[in-house]
Design a protein around this ligand. Structure first.
Ligand SMILES: *[C@@H]1O[C@H](CO)[C@@H](O)[C@H](O)[C@H]1NC(C)=O
Length: 303
């Protein structure tokens, strides 16, 4: 079923909300998702109801996390502050002996953050550039560990760039530790997990449309692969929203198992307008794990 674009926007918004992980983002979009719900419930009462439950639960859960984390966070560690701006990002990279970030295009800003500050994850230093106006969300940490990911987006339009870390590659899946030689099936599996990271039934007809080695100036022996793809997002009300995106994929740290993805996508209808922005974002993606002592970046709790 195809949608008029106004409804598609609301639906994309709704789904962008489902993709946004941080408590802050949950709060920011709460009023918007409420109005979106009226549309989905009127289109399909049964699915709309379960969607309403989903939002009600996730909002309650987010509130609980907010209350819990405010009393649990170690005060000296800001809960969610990425390093931003090429100056600060490059100073931090230099302190780790790493090369500067890809120079941001006009209207872009550089971001650096550590994914995996919690005890349940392996720390990874991540940088990329994103449009200045986009809202950044970061993983949240509680005493139980870290949840969520690094994401930037213009959520109202459904334009997003999201980090995904895949830890389930089998030994030998990435031949010679070279992601550019990884089988297309593996990249497809990883990308499907990336776009479905908030639930497996939210998309259909996923297809890789282009696959080529990254052409950036990479540090050391790092390798990246650039993948174009498209898929249809499914909404709780049974609508489909065509989306197109591009991803940059690498394998750092545990090279036989860990695969890191920065994927950026928008609605297919907006892709003509967004493509160069999305490509710019993923082309600037770099992550580092090997040989870095990130222990001072980690979140620790008094136990
Ligand atoms: C890593 O850095 C911390 C200080 O931030 C230091 O205490 C620790 O010994 C270092 N670990 C290694 C393996 O060098």
């Amino acid at each position: 079923m195809k949608l008029p674009s106004s409804i598609a926007t609301v639906v994309a918004l709704c789904l962008a909300r489902a993709n946004a992980f941080s408590v802050l983002e949950t709060r920011r979009t709460q009023t918007v998702t409420t109005s979106a719900l009226h549309m989905t419930t009127s289109s399909s009462s049964s699915n709309g109801a379960s969607r309403r439950d989903f939002f009600a639960q996730s909002t309650a859960a987010a509130a609980a996390v907010a209350v819990a984390s405010s009393s649990i966070f170690v005060p000296t560690l800001p809960a969610s502050a990425a390093t931003s701006g090429a100056g600060k990002v490059n100073a931090k990279l230099a302190a780790y002996g790493l090369p500067p970030v890809v120079a941001p295009s006009d209207g872009f800003i550089s971001l650096l953050d550590i994914y995996g500050k919690g005890k349940n994850r392996t720390p990874l230093l991540v940088t990329f550039n994103h449009p200045l106006s986009w809202v950044v969300t970061l993983p949240s940490n509680t005493v139980n560990g870290e949840d969520g990911t690094i994401q930037a987006g213009d959520y109202g339009k459904g334009d997003t760039a999201t980090l995904f870390v895949y830890n389930d590659a089998g030994a030998g899946d990435i031949s010679s530790n070279d992601i550019t030689k990884a089988p297309k099936e593996l990249l497809e599996t990883v990308l499907k997990k990336s776009i479905g990271q908030r639930g497996d039934n939210m998309y259909q007809n996923f297809k890789i449309t282009k696959l080529e080695p990254g052409t950036g100036n990479y540090y050391g022996d790092q390798k990246y692969v650039t993948v174009d793809f498209k898929y249809q997002l499914l909404t709780g009300a049974g609508f489909e929203v065509d989306r197109k995106g591009v991803a940059s994929i690498t394998s750092e740290g545990d090279k036989n198992k860990a695969i890191q993805v920065l994927w950026a996508a928008s609605t297919a209808a907006r892709y003509k307008k967004t493509e160069s922005t999305l490509r710019d974002i993923v082309a600037s993606f770099r992550c580092y794990a090997d040989g870095l002592n990130l222990s001072s970046e980690l979140v620790t709790f008094d136990e």
